[in-house]
Design a protein around this ligand. Structure first.
Ligand code: NDP
Length: 348
């Protein structure tokens, strides 16, 4: 089968479109014919290489897939050949203390499929293999391209806002990168809970998209003073929740924008890992700084109900052929895309 493979870290030039063996299902696995996959920022981290994290080479990225089951292992009960599925990318042992508490992201064996799981390759090929327990039915109201762009960002944002930050009706939620993969989910989940999203993005067309998705307030991060605008919008009270993933560059502003007793929830650091923290704010203002990482399959199932009901919609900014994954990563790295990029294999 064809796949996108890299054998060394570097720029997009290390990504090679080439022939690799088709995966075979073990007793508890399924093999999926990939009809579409998606681009996530972890594809870029893996390709660049991250200090302290070993990526097994050669590596095939891709943490989201939608497709059809073509092979099911002898022990598989939850899914069968011919089923249309999407993939939950959190791989864990399903047997340890944490897994049995529904805290799979704390499992000593926890890995994000397609990011940390070599030799279990990711979705950027014509076929992929995953443990059967990691599949969910594809929402019938979505195309394969749409469905492939949903699970990773949806489960991450659901966990951040619902499970961790306990979003409530009326909350002002400051959303950085609001037209990005996580951001478009954050706006829609805020709306679902009758909270009030303050969307931040760096282009007018991106802000227009945020408005269509339900953001009540739109801030252009290159034109507006974000802190002053948030103060105005919230009548001086500041945001109840700051939705962070942008990291060192935005963190000081996020802290400024947060109300006393408010919550910053973060899952990433696109602009850098070392952020300054004045810990006096932590106790004086009794603020909450919460980390969040992916989510469990139950959280994804809960959130998927709102995709099936049409309350949360996929936002496919562009569809790109598998052989051009490098171009897709380029677009993502440069912030040129609003929403998600779907990847389609040949003759999918
Ligand atoms: P996208 O590239 O789709 O969107 C990120 C957005 O962030 C961009 O659209 C850009 O918007 C904005 N941005 C980038 N740099 C800056 C900056 N310096 N200041 C302000 N805004 C900035 O990525 P995702 O939404 O998919 O992911 C975002 C981050 O979250 C990544 O670092 C990713 O690795 C991490 N992540 C972590 C997960 C976890 O479980 N821990 C899961 C998913 C993602 P604009 O320029 O318009 O403001």
């Amino acid at each position: 089968m064809k796949a996108i493979v890299f054998e060394q870290h570097g720029g997009c030039e290390v990504l090679k479109y080439r022939e690799v063996p088709r995966p075979q299902a073990g007793p508890n696995d399924v093999v999926i014919k990939v009809k579409a996959s998606a681009c996530n920022f972890n594809d870029i981290w893996a390709r660049r290489g991250l200090p302290g994290m070993k990526i097994l080479l050669p590596h095939i990225s891709g943490s989201d897939a939608a497709g059809i089951v073509v092979e099911a292992g002898s022990e598989v009960r939850n899914v069968k050949v011919g089923d249309e599925v999407v993939v939950h990318c959190g791989i864990s042992c399903r047997q340890c203390y944490y897994c049995t508490r529904g805290e799979e992201y704390f499992c000593p064996e926890f890995k994000i499929w397609g990011f940390q799981t070599g030799p279990l390759d990711g979705a950027h090929g014509e076929y992929c293999k995953v443990p059967a327990v990691n599949t969910l039915p594809k929402p019938p109201n979505l195309s394969f391209e749409e469905a492939a762009t949903i699970p990773l960002v949806l489960v991450t944002v659901w966990r951040m806002l619902v499970s961790r930050a306990h979003i409530q009706a009326g909350d002002f939620v400051l959303v950085w990168g609001a037209a990005g993969g996580l951001g478009v989910m954050a706006i829609q989940i805020a709306k679902l809970f009758n909270a009030r999203a303050i969307a931040v993005a760096s282009a007018d067309d991106k802000l227009e998209l945020c408005h269509k998705l339900g953001a009540e307030f739109l801030l252009h991060r290159k034109k507006h003073d974000i802190f002053q605008e948030v103060r105005k919008i919230t009548d001086g009270r500041r945001a109840d929740i700051v939705f962070e993933h942008t990291g060192a560059e935005t963190w000081p502003i996020s802290m400024q924008c947060l109300k006393w007793g408010g919550t910053i929830v973060t899952c990433g650091a696109t602009s850098g890992f070392d952020a300054h923290l004045d810990i006096r704010l932590l106790w004086n203002k009794q603020q909450n700084y919460l980390g969040s990482h992916l989510g469990n399959k139950g959280e994804l199932i809960d959130a998927m109900r709102f995709v099936e009901s049409g309350h949360i919609k996929p936002v496919v900014g562009q569809v790109i052929e598998l052989k051009n994954v490098g171009k897709a990563q380029d677009l993502m790295e440069s912030g040129a895309i609003a929403g998600k990029i779907a990847i389609i294999p040949p003759a999918a």
